[in-house]
Design a protein around this ligand. Structure first.
Ligand SMILES: [Ca+2]
Length: 462
Protein backbone atom coordinates (compact mmCIF):
# COMPACT_ATOMS: atom_id res chain seq x y z
CA UNK A 1 0.00 0.00 0.00
CA UNK A 2 2.90 2.30 0.84
CA UNK A 3 4.42 1.70 -2.57
CA UNK A 4 1.18 2.62 -4.30
CA UNK A 5 0.99 5.82 -2.29
CA UNK A 6 4.58 6.62 -3.13
CA UNK A 7 4.36 6.28 -6.86
CA UNK A 8 0.90 7.66 -7.36
CA UNK A 9 -0.17 11.30 -7.69
CA UNK A 10 -1.74 10.93 -4.25
CA UNK A 11 1.66 11.85 -2.90
CA UNK A 12 0.93 15.45 -3.75
CA UNK A 13 -2.26 15.41 -1.75
CA UNK A 14 -1.02 13.43 1.19
CA UNK A 15 0.62 16.35 2.99
CA UNK A 16 4.14 15.16 3.65
CA UNK A 17 6.01 17.40 6.07
CA UNK A 18 9.59 18.57 5.62
CA UNK A 19 12.23 19.30 8.25
CA UNK A 20 15.45 20.78 6.87
CA UNK A 21 18.40 20.90 9.25
CA UNK A 22 21.41 22.94 8.18
CA UNK A 23 24.39 22.79 10.52
CA UNK A 24 27.00 25.57 10.47
CA UNK A 25 30.48 24.25 9.53
CA UNK A 26 29.93 20.51 10.07
CA UNK A 27 32.69 18.58 8.28
CA UNK A 28 32.35 15.60 5.97
CA UNK A 29 34.37 13.44 8.37
CA UNK A 30 32.61 14.42 11.59
CA UNK A 31 29.65 12.02 11.64
CA UNK A 32 29.71 8.34 12.62
CA UNK A 33 27.87 7.36 9.44
CA UNK A 34 30.67 9.05 7.45
CA UNK A 35 33.44 7.21 9.25
CA UNK A 36 33.97 9.36 12.36
CA UNK A 37 34.95 7.22 15.35
CA UNK A 38 35.44 9.66 18.23
CA UNK A 39 32.06 11.44 18.44
CA UNK A 40 29.01 9.40 19.43
CA UNK A 41 26.02 10.52 17.36
CA UNK A 42 23.48 7.71 17.91
CA UNK A 43 20.47 9.67 16.65
CA UNK A 44 22.24 10.88 13.51
CA UNK A 45 23.52 7.35 12.93
CA UNK A 46 19.93 6.18 13.19
CA UNK A 47 18.80 8.88 10.78
CA UNK A 48 21.36 7.56 8.27
CA UNK A 49 20.22 3.97 8.90
CA UNK A 50 16.65 5.06 8.29
CA UNK A 51 17.48 6.97 5.14
CA UNK A 52 19.92 7.65 2.34
CA UNK A 53 23.38 9.02 2.97
CA UNK A 54 24.85 11.08 0.12
CA UNK A 55 28.59 10.82 -0.36
CA UNK A 56 29.07 13.51 -3.02
CA UNK A 57 26.93 16.37 -1.67
CA UNK A 58 28.22 19.86 -2.41
CA UNK A 59 27.91 23.49 -1.45
CA UNK A 60 28.48 25.45 -4.63
CA UNK A 61 28.38 28.82 -2.87
CA UNK A 62 30.29 28.61 0.39
CA UNK A 63 30.51 30.03 3.07
CA UNK A 64 27.54 30.64 5.43
CA UNK A 65 25.68 33.50 3.77
CA UNK A 66 25.91 32.55 0.07
CA UNK A 67 25.33 28.88 0.96
CA UNK A 68 22.05 29.71 2.68
CA UNK A 69 20.95 32.14 -0.06
CA UNK A 70 21.48 29.63 -2.86
CA UNK A 71 19.82 26.87 -0.82
CA UNK A 72 16.69 28.95 -0.11
CA UNK A 73 16.49 30.02 -3.78
CA UNK A 74 17.29 26.55 -5.21
CA UNK A 75 19.69 28.27 -7.53
CA UNK A 76 23.38 29.00 -8.02
CA UNK A 77 24.00 32.31 -6.21
CA UNK A 78 25.78 33.63 -9.30
CA UNK A 79 22.45 33.48 -11.17
CA UNK A 80 21.38 36.39 -8.97
CA UNK A 81 24.73 38.14 -8.91
CA UNK A 82 26.14 36.64 -5.70
CA UNK A 83 29.73 35.53 -6.25
CA UNK A 84 31.00 35.40 -2.69
CA UNK A 85 30.19 36.38 0.87
CA UNK A 86 28.56 39.77 -0.07
CA UNK A 87 26.64 39.78 3.20
CA UNK A 88 23.61 42.07 2.92
CA UNK A 89 23.07 41.49 -0.80
CA UNK A 90 19.35 40.95 -1.35
CA UNK A 91 17.99 37.67 -2.62
CA UNK A 92 15.66 38.01 -5.65
CA UNK A 93 12.07 39.02 -5.09
CA UNK A 94 10.90 38.16 -8.62
CA UNK A 95 11.02 34.38 -7.97
CA UNK A 96 9.75 32.45 -4.97
CA UNK A 97 11.99 31.29 -2.16
CA UNK A 98 11.53 27.70 -0.99
CA UNK A 99 9.46 28.99 1.93
CA UNK A 100 7.24 31.09 -0.38
CA UNK A 101 6.81 28.13 -2.70
CA UNK A 102 5.70 25.87 0.15
CA UNK A 103 3.49 28.62 1.62
CA UNK A 104 1.76 28.65 -1.77
CA UNK A 105 1.11 24.90 -1.37
CA UNK A 106 -0.66 25.45 1.92
CA UNK A 107 2.29 24.74 4.20
CA UNK A 108 2.93 26.44 7.51
CA UNK A 109 6.62 27.33 7.35
CA UNK A 110 8.86 27.89 10.37
CA UNK A 111 12.45 28.97 10.96
CA UNK A 112 14.59 28.46 14.05
CA UNK A 113 18.13 29.74 14.62
CA UNK A 114 20.70 31.49 12.49
CA UNK A 115 19.47 33.42 9.44
CA UNK A 116 22.26 35.11 7.42
CA UNK A 117 20.19 35.37 4.23
CA UNK A 118 19.53 38.35 1.98
CA UNK A 119 19.44 42.07 2.78
CA UNK A 120 18.66 43.70 6.12
CA UNK A 121 15.06 44.03 4.98
CA UNK A 122 14.79 40.30 4.21
CA UNK A 123 14.29 38.47 7.48
CA UNK A 124 12.56 35.06 7.63
CA UNK A 125 9.09 36.61 7.86
CA UNK A 126 9.75 38.79 4.78
CA UNK A 127 10.94 35.87 2.63
CA UNK A 128 8.10 33.43 3.01
CA UNK A 129 8.27 31.97 6.52
CA UNK A 130 4.97 32.05 8.40
CA UNK A 131 6.74 32.10 11.73
CA UNK A 132 10.18 32.35 13.22
CA UNK A 133 11.44 31.46 16.67
CA UNK A 134 12.44 34.57 18.62
CA UNK A 135 16.10 34.73 19.59
CA UNK A 136 16.47 33.96 23.29
CA UNK A 137 18.49 36.48 25.32
CA UNK A 138 22.12 35.47 25.71
CA UNK A 139 23.70 34.76 29.06
CA UNK A 140 25.70 37.69 30.41
CA UNK A 141 28.83 36.53 32.25
CA UNK A 142 29.64 38.33 35.49
CA UNK A 143 33.20 39.50 36.11
CA UNK A 144 33.64 36.77 38.69
CA UNK A 145 32.48 34.07 36.22
CA UNK A 146 34.84 35.39 33.55
CA UNK A 147 37.77 35.12 35.93
CA UNK A 148 37.08 31.43 36.42
CA UNK A 149 37.31 30.65 32.68
CA UNK A 150 40.35 29.74 30.61
CA UNK A 151 42.26 32.84 29.43
CA UNK A 152 41.43 32.21 25.76
CA UNK A 153 37.69 31.85 26.37
CA UNK A 154 37.73 34.85 28.70
CA UNK A 155 39.38 36.96 25.96
CA UNK A 156 36.75 35.89 23.41
CA UNK A 157 33.90 36.71 25.76
CA UNK A 158 35.41 40.01 26.85
CA UNK A 159 35.50 41.02 23.18
CA UNK A 160 31.70 40.62 23.32
CA UNK A 161 31.38 42.49 26.62
CA UNK A 162 30.88 39.20 28.47
CA UNK A 163 27.95 38.10 26.32
CA UNK A 164 27.78 34.36 25.68
CA UNK A 165 27.54 32.82 22.21
CA UNK A 166 26.13 29.45 23.23
CA UNK A 167 24.35 29.97 26.53
CA UNK A 168 20.98 31.65 26.59
CA UNK A 169 18.37 32.47 29.21
CA UNK A 170 15.15 30.49 28.96
CA UNK A 171 11.64 31.76 29.62
CA UNK A 172 11.90 30.78 33.29
CA UNK A 173 15.13 32.78 33.69
CA UNK A 174 17.41 29.75 33.78
CA UNK A 175 20.69 29.50 31.87
CA UNK A 176 20.43 27.00 29.04
CA UNK A 177 22.65 25.63 26.24
CA UNK A 178 21.40 27.34 23.06
CA UNK A 179 21.39 24.16 20.96
CA UNK A 180 19.14 22.50 23.57
CA UNK A 181 16.87 25.54 23.51
CA UNK A 182 16.57 25.24 19.71
CA UNK A 183 15.75 21.54 19.99
CA UNK A 184 12.88 22.34 22.35
CA UNK A 185 11.64 24.92 19.83
CA UNK A 186 11.59 22.21 17.13
CA UNK A 187 9.46 20.00 19.38
CA UNK A 188 7.16 22.94 20.12
CA UNK A 189 6.74 23.62 16.38
CA UNK A 190 5.91 19.97 15.64
CA UNK A 191 3.37 19.92 18.47
CA UNK A 192 1.71 23.16 17.32
CA UNK A 193 1.43 22.06 13.69
CA UNK A 194 1.05 18.29 13.94
CA UNK A 195 -2.33 18.44 12.23
CA UNK A 196 -1.17 20.68 9.37
CA UNK A 197 1.35 20.26 6.58
CA UNK A 198 4.53 21.91 7.77
CA UNK A 199 8.03 22.90 6.69
CA UNK A 200 10.54 23.51 9.46
CA UNK A 201 14.00 24.95 8.79
CA UNK A 202 16.44 24.68 11.68
CA UNK A 203 19.79 26.37 11.13
CA UNK A 204 21.57 26.32 14.48
CA UNK A 205 24.50 28.51 15.45
CA UNK A 206 26.16 25.15 16.17
CA UNK A 207 28.83 24.04 15.43
CA UNK A 208 30.39 27.33 14.31
CA UNK A 209 33.37 28.69 16.25
CA UNK A 210 33.94 29.37 18.99
CA UNK A 211 33.00 26.13 20.68
CA UNK A 212 35.11 26.67 23.79
CA UNK A 213 32.02 27.33 25.92
CA UNK A 214 30.96 23.69 25.47
CA UNK A 215 30.29 22.23 28.94
CA UNK A 216 32.07 19.19 30.39
CA UNK A 217 28.81 17.21 30.40
CA UNK A 218 28.92 17.19 26.58
CA UNK A 219 32.68 16.72 26.26
CA UNK A 220 32.57 13.80 28.68
CA UNK A 221 30.62 11.86 26.06
CA UNK A 222 33.27 12.05 23.33
CA UNK A 223 36.55 10.25 22.78
CA UNK A 224 38.14 13.19 20.97
CA UNK A 225 41.45 14.64 22.08
CA UNK A 226 42.76 18.18 22.44
CA UNK A 227 40.83 21.18 21.17
CA UNK A 228 38.61 18.88 19.04
CA UNK A 229 36.83 17.92 22.28
CA UNK A 230 34.93 21.24 22.20
CA UNK A 231 33.72 20.79 18.63
CA UNK A 232 32.91 17.14 19.36
CA UNK A 233 30.82 18.17 22.38
CA UNK A 234 28.94 20.68 20.19
CA UNK A 235 28.23 17.91 17.64
CA UNK A 236 27.00 15.61 20.43
CA UNK A 237 24.56 18.36 21.40
CA UNK A 238 23.28 18.60 17.80
CA UNK A 239 22.73 14.85 17.96
CA UNK A 240 20.64 15.26 21.13
CA UNK A 241 18.29 17.58 19.24
CA UNK A 242 17.91 15.08 16.39
CA UNK A 243 16.83 12.61 19.09
CA UNK A 244 14.21 15.06 20.36
CA UNK A 245 12.94 15.69 16.83
CA UNK A 246 12.67 11.98 15.96
CA UNK A 247 10.84 11.33 19.20
CA UNK A 248 8.47 14.27 18.61
CA UNK A 249 7.63 12.99 15.13
CA UNK A 250 7.32 9.33 16.12
CA UNK A 251 5.14 9.92 19.16
CA UNK A 252 2.69 11.86 16.98
CA UNK A 253 2.67 9.33 14.14
CA UNK A 254 4.45 11.74 11.79
CA UNK A 255 7.79 10.04 11.18
CA UNK A 256 6.72 8.35 7.92
CA UNK A 257 4.97 11.51 6.79
CA UNK A 258 8.03 13.70 7.24
CA UNK A 259 11.07 14.07 5.01
CA UNK A 260 14.10 15.00 7.11
CA UNK A 261 17.03 16.54 5.26
CA UNK A 262 20.19 16.93 7.31
CA UNK A 263 23.19 18.80 5.90
CA UNK A 264 25.84 21.45 6.55
CA UNK A 265 26.31 24.94 5.07
CA UNK A 266 30.01 24.37 4.26
CA UNK A 267 32.85 22.02 5.06
CA UNK A 268 34.85 21.36 8.19
CA UNK A 269 36.44 24.06 10.31
CA UNK A 270 39.92 22.65 10.82
CA UNK A 271 40.71 25.52 13.21
CA UNK A 272 38.21 23.92 15.59
CA UNK A 273 39.52 20.41 14.90
CA UNK A 274 36.88 19.62 12.27
CA UNK A 275 37.55 16.75 9.87
CA UNK A 276 37.07 16.45 6.10
CA UNK A 277 38.37 12.86 6.04
CA UNK A 278 39.09 11.20 3.68
CA UNK A 279 39.37 14.52 1.83
CA UNK A 280 41.56 17.47 2.73
CA UNK A 281 40.89 21.16 3.22
CA UNK A 282 38.04 23.00 4.84
CA UNK A 283 37.27 26.39 6.35
CA UNK A 284 40.11 28.88 6.83
CA UNK A 285 43.30 27.85 5.10
CA UNK A 286 41.73 24.86 3.32
CA UNK A 287 39.23 26.62 1.06
CA UNK A 288 40.95 25.54 -2.15
CA UNK A 289 40.30 21.88 -1.46
CA UNK A 290 37.39 19.47 -1.56
CA UNK A 291 36.80 19.56 2.21
CA UNK A 292 35.54 23.15 1.97
CA UNK A 293 32.67 22.28 -0.35
CA UNK A 294 31.83 18.61 0.30
CA UNK A 295 29.44 18.05 3.20
CA UNK A 296 27.52 15.23 4.88
CA UNK A 297 23.90 15.05 3.70
CA UNK A 298 21.20 12.60 4.78
CA UNK A 299 17.63 12.23 3.47
CA UNK A 300 15.28 10.20 5.64
CA UNK A 301 11.63 9.28 5.23
CA UNK A 302 11.08 5.66 6.33
CA UNK A 303 8.70 3.75 4.12
CA UNK A 304 9.17 6.18 1.23
CA UNK A 305 12.93 6.31 0.83
CA UNK A 306 15.28 3.32 1.12
CA UNK A 307 16.75 2.68 4.55
CA UNK A 308 20.50 2.35 4.97
CA UNK A 309 20.95 3.63 1.42
CA UNK A 310 24.03 5.32 0.02
CA UNK A 311 23.81 7.67 -2.96
CA UNK A 312 27.11 8.38 -4.69
CA UNK A 313 25.93 10.74 -7.44
CA UNK A 314 26.75 14.44 -7.51
CA UNK A 315 24.19 16.53 -5.66
CA UNK A 316 24.17 20.06 -4.26
CA UNK A 317 22.25 22.03 -1.64
CA UNK A 318 20.39 23.79 -4.45
CA UNK A 319 18.67 20.43 -5.08
CA UNK A 320 16.78 20.57 -1.78
CA UNK A 321 14.21 22.99 -3.27
CA UNK A 322 13.50 20.83 -6.35
CA UNK A 323 13.41 17.65 -4.25
CA UNK A 324 10.89 19.12 -1.82
CA UNK A 325 8.82 20.36 -4.77
CA UNK A 326 8.89 16.79 -6.11
CA UNK A 327 7.81 15.44 -2.74
CA UNK A 328 4.70 17.63 -2.72
CA UNK A 329 3.93 16.59 -6.29
CA UNK A 330 4.85 19.86 -8.00
CA UNK A 331 7.45 20.94 -10.51
CA UNK A 332 9.99 23.35 -9.10
CA UNK A 333 9.68 26.94 -10.40
CA UNK A 334 11.59 27.58 -13.64
CA UNK A 335 14.38 29.57 -11.97
CA UNK A 336 15.58 26.52 -10.02
CA UNK A 337 18.92 24.96 -11.00
CA UNK A 338 18.35 21.90 -8.83
CA UNK A 339 17.10 18.43 -9.64
CA UNK A 340 14.39 16.44 -7.86
CA UNK A 341 16.56 13.86 -6.14
CA UNK A 342 13.76 11.50 -5.09
CA UNK A 343 14.04 9.12 -8.09
CA UNK A 344 17.84 8.95 -7.53
CA UNK A 345 17.51 8.37 -3.79
CA UNK A 346 14.94 5.64 -4.44
CA UNK A 347 17.20 4.01 -7.02
CA UNK A 348 14.66 4.44 -9.85
CA UNK A 349 17.17 6.59 -11.71
CA UNK A 350 20.82 5.64 -11.83
CA UNK A 351 23.86 7.88 -11.91
CA UNK A 352 24.21 11.53 -11.04
CA UNK A 353 21.45 14.10 -10.77
CA UNK A 354 24.07 16.54 -12.08
CA UNK A 355 26.60 15.56 -14.67
CA UNK A 356 28.61 18.68 -13.70
CA UNK A 357 28.75 21.06 -10.76
CA UNK A 358 30.44 24.44 -11.01
CA UNK A 359 32.12 27.01 -8.77
CA UNK A 360 32.98 30.65 -9.45
CA UNK A 361 33.56 32.41 -6.18
CA UNK A 362 35.44 35.56 -7.10
CA UNK A 363 33.58 38.48 -5.50
CA UNK A 364 36.25 41.18 -5.26
CA UNK A 365 35.30 42.12 -1.67
CA UNK A 366 35.45 38.57 -0.38
CA UNK A 367 38.45 37.13 1.47
CA UNK A 368 41.18 36.25 -1.02
CA UNK A 369 41.55 32.77 0.48
CA UNK A 370 37.99 31.94 -0.60
CA UNK A 371 38.39 32.72 -4.30
CA UNK A 372 37.67 29.49 -6.11
CA UNK A 373 36.99 28.35 -9.67
CA UNK A 374 36.16 24.66 -10.13
CA UNK A 375 34.21 21.94 -11.92
CA UNK A 376 33.24 18.48 -10.69
CA UNK A 377 32.56 15.67 -13.16
CA UNK A 378 32.71 11.92 -12.46
CA UNK A 379 35.87 11.37 -10.38
CA UNK A 380 37.45 14.62 -11.54
CA UNK A 381 37.90 17.96 -9.88
CA UNK A 382 39.15 20.71 -12.17
CA UNK A 383 40.37 23.63 -10.08
CA UNK A 384 42.10 26.99 -10.05
CA UNK A 385 42.06 29.87 -7.60
CA UNK A 386 41.82 32.79 -10.03
CA UNK A 387 40.60 32.96 -13.60
CA UNK A 388 44.15 33.85 -14.70
CA UNK A 389 45.71 30.74 -13.11
CA UNK A 390 46.41 27.51 -15.03
CA UNK A 391 43.92 24.72 -14.38
CA UNK A 392 44.83 21.83 -12.08
CA UNK A 393 43.12 18.46 -12.29
CA UNK A 394 42.67 15.92 -9.51
CA UNK A 395 41.31 12.38 -9.53
CA UNK A 396 39.39 12.22 -6.25
CA UNK A 397 39.00 8.44 -6.45
CA UNK A 398 42.72 7.71 -6.35
CA UNK A 399 43.85 10.98 -4.76
CA UNK A 400 41.16 12.23 -2.34
CA UNK A 401 43.60 14.62 -0.68
CA UNK A 402 44.39 16.33 -4.02
CA UNK A 403 48.13 15.95 -3.78
CA UNK A 404 48.88 15.12 -7.43
CA UNK A 405 47.89 17.48 -10.23
CA UNK A 406 47.27 15.28 -13.28
CA UNK A 407 46.26 18.04 -15.71
CA UNK A 408 49.32 17.25 -17.89
CA UNK A 409 48.28 13.61 -18.19
CA UNK A 410 44.67 14.32 -19.13
CA UNK A 411 44.66 17.46 -21.34
CA UNK A 412 41.40 16.41 -23.02
CA UNK A 413 39.54 16.21 -19.68
CA UNK A 414 40.91 19.67 -18.78
CA UNK A 415 39.89 21.10 -22.15
CA UNK A 416 36.38 19.70 -22.02
CA UNK A 417 35.69 20.67 -18.41
CA UNK A 418 37.12 24.17 -18.95
CA UNK A 419 34.80 24.50 -21.96
CA UNK A 420 31.85 23.41 -19.78
CA UNK A 421 32.81 26.00 -17.19
CA UNK A 422 32.96 28.76 -19.82
CA UNK A 423 29.51 27.72 -21.04
CA UNK A 424 28.10 27.81 -17.51
CA UNK A 425 29.61 31.26 -16.83
CA UNK A 426 27.65 32.59 -19.83
CA UNK A 427 24.39 31.71 -18.04
CA UNK A 428 25.21 33.82 -14.95
CA UNK A 429 23.98 37.26 -13.93
CA UNK A 430 26.48 40.11 -13.59
CA UNK A 431 28.07 40.64 -10.17
CA UNK A 432 25.82 42.72 -7.90
CA UNK A 433 27.07 44.94 -5.11
CA UNK A 434 25.56 45.29 -1.66
CA UNK A 435 23.34 48.37 -1.47
CA UNK A 436 24.74 51.12 0.74
CA UNK A 437 21.22 52.15 1.78
CA UNK A 438 20.61 51.27 5.39
CA UNK A 439 17.05 50.03 5.57
CA UNK A 440 15.78 48.99 9.02
CA UNK A 441 16.87 45.46 9.84
CA UNK A 442 13.98 42.99 9.82
CA UNK A 443 15.46 40.66 12.34
CA UNK A 444 13.48 38.39 14.58
CA UNK A 445 13.20 40.06 17.98
CA UNK A 446 14.87 38.85 21.15
CA UNK A 447 12.55 36.94 23.43
CA UNK A 448 10.77 33.62 23.58
CA UNK A 449 8.12 31.89 21.52
CA UNK A 450 7.27 32.66 17.91
CA UNK A 451 7.06 35.75 15.79
CA UNK A 452 4.31 35.31 13.23
CA UNK A 453 4.09 37.00 9.83
CA UNK A 454 1.33 39.52 9.16
CA UNK A 455 0.04 37.35 6.33
CA UNK A 456 -0.21 34.35 8.63
CA UNK A 457 -2.01 36.39 11.30
CA UNK A 458 -4.50 37.74 8.75
CA UNK A 459 -5.19 34.39 7.13
CA UNK A 460 -5.59 32.02 10.01
CA UNK A 461 -5.60 33.74 13.37
CA UNK A 462 -2.97 31.21 14.41
CA1 LIG B 1 29.27 28.10 7.82
Amino acid sequence: MMTLWLFSPILGASSPNVVLIYIDDLGYGDLGSYGCRDIPTPHLDRLAKEGVRCTASYITNPPCCPSRCSMLMGQYGQKFGKYGMSRGLSIPEDRPTLAQFLGGQGYVTGHIGKWDIGSRAQGPLQTGFSKAARTPPKKQYTKRELLRLSPSLRRKLEEKDGKSKYYCIDEGGKTMWLTDYDGDAMVDFVQQHKDERFFLYWSPEAVHSFNTEVPERLMNRVKSKGSRRYLAGAIASVDDQIGKLLNALESRGLREKTLIIFSSDNGANSGEGGSSAPYSGGKGKGTQKEGWVRVPTIFSMPGWLPEGGVHKGLIANLDFYSTIAGLVGKAAPPHCDGVNLLPFLRGEKKGSAHEFLFWLNNEPGDAVRRHLVAVRWKQWRLYRKYQKDPWQLFDLTTDPREEKDVSGKHPEVVRQLAERHRGWVKTLAPLREVSKEKSPAQRVTTGHGWEVSQKERDSSGR
